[in-house]
Design a protein. Structure first.
Length: 191
């Protein structure tokens, strides 16, 4: 005697594969089993997509850059453009926080100087016209950067910029976590 997987009644097993007592229980078991399979497939697909996004360095690199830039804008909220020293207008974001309508401008470009891409001494709020369109904006940037961070930190930044760094997915994830936490703290202070 065996117990039916669906109704739990005892029945005479006709073969090893026989696990239910009747045709109705067989239909119920197949419906239950198929829905479990479908749910498992969806869960596996969701996990694979999440794993892909977490491991895909280009996606993580962009997320890390966005988190870092947001932090820079929050940190320098109310500051003037590092290059031209003009005041920067603020706008209200979807959380009700006034943010500078500006870029997070890199003194040493993030493409050519990967070692200082996420260095807070290298990045300051910069008006969009200076950062995107001005060919001479780095002259003003350098002068004002020296005033902001001092000669010692400037020299250290210059030395760090000469190094070559390659980042992995774990590093980008750390950057995302660190700067999202820092941004949340600054958002609470601003509100």
């Amino acid at each position: 005697m065996a117990k039916c997987k669906i109704c739990k009644k005892e029945y005479v097993k006709k073969s090893i594969k026989h696990i239910v007592c009747s045709y109705e229980c067989s239909l119920a078991y197949s419906d239950l089993h198929l829905s479990k399979k479908v749910k498992e497939k969806k869960a596996v697909a969701r996990k694979e997509l999440q794993a892909f996004n977490n491991k895909d360095k280009t996606v993580l690199k962009q997320k890390a850059q966005n988190a870092f830039n947001k932090y820079i804008r929050l940190r320098d909220r109310g500051a003037k453009c590092i290059s031209c020293n003009k005041p920067i207008a603020l706008y209200k974001n979807n959380k009700g926080i006034f943010m500078p309508d500006a870029d997070a401008g890199h003194f040493y470009s993030r493409g050519s100087y990967s070692s200082v891409r996420f260095n807070t001494n290298n990045v300051w709020v910069e008006c969009k016209s200076c950062n995107r369109f001005s060919e001479i904006h780095l002259l003003g940037y350098e002068k004002n950067l020296l005033k902001k961070i001092g000669q010692l930190r400037y020299d250290k930044l210059k030395e760090e910029s000469k190094k070559l760094k390659k980042y992995d997915a774990v590093y980008y994830q750390r950057i995302i976590n660190i700067f999202n936490k820092k941004s949340k703290i600054l958002e609470k202070i601003v509100l």
